[in-house]
Design a protein around this ligand. Structure first.
Ligand code: LRH
Ligand code: MN
Length: 386
């Protein structure tokens, strides 16, 4: 692919950052407060707007309800627009409430299931108020011990509940179904893998697609193959990019295994799928600064995509057809080992932004400025569970 074609495709890649990635977050062991971390949804939007200004490719910010609940949704949408960004996916929270001990949509208690559905209905209304066309649903639902509940029964409640939710979707709104193989449930998870999510989406209809969180598969899973199959089936609705060494670590995308991120983005590049797929980041920055960590993630995803765009598809296809295994592998390696920093610098210069957005953030002293303006927020916030 010519450099100009690669630049054009790179410019078309839009990412969405998570509001919850800008606030203090931690583990069950401790939350280490970060000076200058966002304390309110308004400050989280300010930070998302700064990331967009410095990267030129993050016009959307995902919200989590109730963490980002406000009285005036119109005002929030206006606030975002005035800062050059828009509200993206709306994430219902069906885990942060005592009522959900035994699950939400899959809970044995019909009253709890109705409560969960009511929350989702409210999130659809919020999405309409802020101009969002995406409901991004993750269920923590599951069990901790064999026999705790009927696995078949829970699946039937899952499909019945999501069918009711799907019926509430206005035309043009998408439901992204996010799976995860474990945690917080430690014996069975009701939406554990891509297969179950795909079956459920097929059963629901064309407005339902699968969301691949890159930290939600068992060790050793070939995530790019899942992506290839979902793309082939028009079932890939979006990503939650992050990286992990062990479990759902939610670390900076590409920080542990940049070659995996490259392989995933190559399936995206090969499928020319940037229009209908939501490229969202889902991370929690427990020991590092929030904003520059987010910018580094964006840069890592752009780097992986730029390398993927440079794969010599013709030479690769020829080697694959000839069964020349090593030659085919080396074509991919060649692209992965290409230094795309000059290409990314050209892309950013064309946008009138600094060729190194992380350095632009740090060099301008934004971190210090925000620490002065905001101080250090108390951590008695909703993020402790994250
Ligand atoms: C669950 C998850 C989900 C979000 C949460 C913040 O692990 O990936 O996408 O709701 O993180
Ligand atoms: Mn996620």
């Amino acid at each position: 692919m010519s450099e100009n074609d690669a630049l054009e495709r790179l410019a078309a890649l839009e990412l969405e950052t998570p509001s919850w990635g800008y606030g203090n977050s931690g583990t069950r062991f401790h939350v280490y407060p970060c000076p200058g971390a966002a304390r309110t949804v308004w400050e989280r939007l300010d930070d998302a707007a700064l990331v967009h200004a410095l990267t030129g490719c993050c016009p959307g910010v995902a919200l989590h309800i109730p963490w980002d609940r406000v009285e005036g949704w119109d005002e929030l949408a206006r606030y975002a627009a005035e800062r050059g960004i828009r509200i993206g996916a709306i994430n219902p929270n069906l885990f942060g409430d005592d009522a959900y001990r035994l699950g939400s949509v899959c809970n044995p208690d019909p009253g709890v299931r109705a409560r969960a559905l009511e929350h989702c209905r409210e999130c659809i209304e919020i999405a309409q108020r802020v101009g969002s066309t995406t409901i991004s649903l993750w269920l923590a639902d599951g069990t901790n011990y064999p026999g705790q509940d009927d696995l078949r029964g829970r699946y039937e409640r899952l499909t019945a509940g999501l069918t009711e939710l799907y019926a509430l979707l206005p035309a043009g709104m998408r439901l992204l179904v996010e799976y995860k193989f474990f945690e917080p449930a430690f014996y069975s998870t009701d939406l554990p893998d891509w297969g179950t999510a795909a079956l459920v989406c097929r059963r629901l209809g064309p407005q339902a697609q699968v969301l691949v969180d890159t930290g939600h598969q068992p060790q050793g899973t070939n995530v790019e193959q899942i992506v290839a199959v979902l793309l082939a089936e028009q079932l890939l609705g979006g990503f939650h990019f992050n990286n992990r060494k062990y479990a759902d670590d939610d670390l900076i995308a590409g920080s542990i295994d940049p070659f995996e991120l490259f392989r995933i983005m190559r399936e995206v590049a090969r499928a020319r799928a940037t229009e209908d797929v939501a490229f969202m980041i889902d991370q929690s920055h427990n020991v590092e600064g929030k904003i520059d960590a987010m910018i580094q993630s964006v840069a890592n995803i752009q780097t992986a995509y730029a390398k993927a765009l440079l794969v010599d598809e013709a030479r690769l296809a020829a080697a694959q057809a000839e069964g020349d295994v090593l030659a085919a592998h080396r074509v991919l390696l060649e692209a992965f080992e290409t230094d795309v920093r000059p290409l990314l610098a050209r892309h950013r210069e064309a946008l009138g932004i600094d060729p190194d957005p992380v350095e632009a953030f740090r060099g301008a002293g934004h971190g210090e400025r925000l620490a002065r303006e905001r101080g250090t927020a108390s951590v008695e916030s909703a993020y402790e569970q994250l």
